[in-house]
Design a protein around this ligand. Sequence first.
Ligand code: ADP
Ligand code: MG
Length: 685
Amino acid sequence: MRPEALNSLFVETEALDGVGPKLRRPLEKLGLTRIRDLAYHLPDRFVERRVITNLDEGSIGENVVVALTVREHRAPPGRGPFRVVAEDVAGNICTLTYFGRASYSAKKQLPVGETRWVAGRLDQYGQMLQIVHPEHVSENASAPLGHLCEAVYPLSEGLTQGRLGSLVSQALQGLPDLPEWIEPGLAAKTGWPVWREALAAAHRSADAEARDRLAYDELLANALALMLVRESNRSQRGTPLQGDGALRAKLQLPFALTGAQARSIREIEGDLAQGAPMLRLLQGDVGSGKTVVALSAMLIAVEAGAQAALLAPTEILARQHYETLSRMLRGTGVEIALLTGRDKGKAREAILMGLLDGSIQIVVGTHAIFQDSVTYRNLALVVIDEQHRFGVGQRLMLARKGRRVPHTLAMTATPIPRTLTLAQYGEMEVSKLDELPPGRQAIDTRVVAVERLDDVAQALARHIASGQQAYWVCPMVTENENEDLAAAEARYAALKERFGDAVALVHGQLRPEVKDAAMERFARGEASLLVATTVIEVGVDVPNATLMVIEQAERFGLAQLHQLRGRVGRGSGKSTCLLLRGDKLSETARQRLALMRETQDGFRLAEEDLQLRGGGELLGTRQSGDTPFRIANLEQITRLLPMAHDDARLLIERDGGLSGERGEAARLLLYLFERDWGVQLLRSG
Ligand code: ADP
Ligand code: MG
């Protein structure tokens, strides 16, 4: 139960004045459904304005407040903008320019002959001074003068700065006083304002200390929650698993393990033998050979007489894992089954029986393997592939499945910088596959301007004619999903025209059967070219596919490009990756593509990505998706997270039950940032 002190913060935004059904959607789009969310909706930046008595004092590009007297209205002759010609006290002329419907209110606000205070950005248009869409116009000085420093908020369609600003102030007015959870020594050293004041200050001006305090709160909440998971896990009883090596000896691998693989298996083996359940992350770049490590771990469980499950984020990946593992298990006598949400009827019943009576020892599947209807005889190990796709909540739910808490091995191919590993997986031990299997060839990566599409198509034709396969990736981002989808479909149609039935298409909105059928045609070599959106990002393994074309590569992040490129270069043949770029490249995008050409080391790319995005962000745009944080930006994460981590550890060491004065305050913090699953563990453990 959430502490009462926070209740007013979790009231729905609809309770505020002026929020009706019309504002609900735009607010929801920004994730602003409760008062708390509004209070934490921090400005992207601030506009600073200077009051000037005449226009000569202002410079071009500056945000100013100035008194102007209206001389004339110029209605557009055709479709041009509406212009208001105005004059300052010194007789300088300035045009106030309005496009579209904004002209209606402009006419009313700026009657000819009257003097008005105008706030806006001073620009030059030909020889004329102009202000386009002044942000404030008022009869007396106090209104614009009250806005000399004004927050600029992230918006969604249907919201204006003024509207959102007033909702935020309403939210801030009702903030409760909360007890301090920050360690007194740290508070004294940093001089950070208390929580309530920090929020107010962060909305008022670019106050670095206030922003740091709020970011730190978020990082501390996360670190604390992860620490609680870890502690609770340590105190749980798991099943110690000791294998005799008999099944592992029967595995007939066509290769010798790399040093990194052997080391990781040893680390896992050590964990499994313990009474406390394992919580380990296996981090390894694409192609580093995580599968065989996972299989070895699962075989230890089976050797010890228990069951193991492998959870994949998609049906496609579950199927592929199932096939690979079945092949590797041939001759070992181990029973393995595939269970996805699509299995129905008799087949499903048979699998459920096998899991219940223990005759199936390893199951591979999507989250369907953890539905209530699935009961295991003795599930002792859960392997989670592409861990980052599952939230921590889900992770915990999994842990509740067996009679005893199963061991967990999470795997990720997403190389994350060290600091972020701490943030995301702070509660886990880490094994790193930092060595690729021998004999891998570098992927020849080139950046190609999109104007050369014809050349690319010809290269593709030669590639296919030589009997090799290729991927063609189209971007797919949520903001313009429909447009992107249409572009991918159009590309598919164009390529199909040229290459006929050799082309297959997969994207997220196809029915699963259709998607799987296409994937399978490609995996079996019946299709030579797979046109895809980022569904293929993780795990898909077709060694004969040695060419990858990525369209609009500038729209992808480095980590994602790296993941995609990892789909090729899987066999012994030479592979190529062509990054097609548009003509409007930002400096960051240009550097990103250059880095892709330069290196194939995922960990290095991750660190560089952090650098690239960390710099140049003053107030810090939100890094949605990549980090679990909304307030803390990358720079703050790098600087403050290690501190938050140490602080959390100390607090838990001193007051593991969070029952002291500071502990109670820390509980509030956990609820405030909705890391309350940490608190729930406290209760149950
Ligand atoms: P990941 O899941 O980490 O991306 P996989 O487990 O799919 O990587 O392995 C990629 C490829 O490398 C597979 O074809 C696998 O058979 C092969 N492989 C794995 N380990 C080795 C090794 N030690 N030596 C040679 N090839 C290996
Ligand atoms: Mg894999």
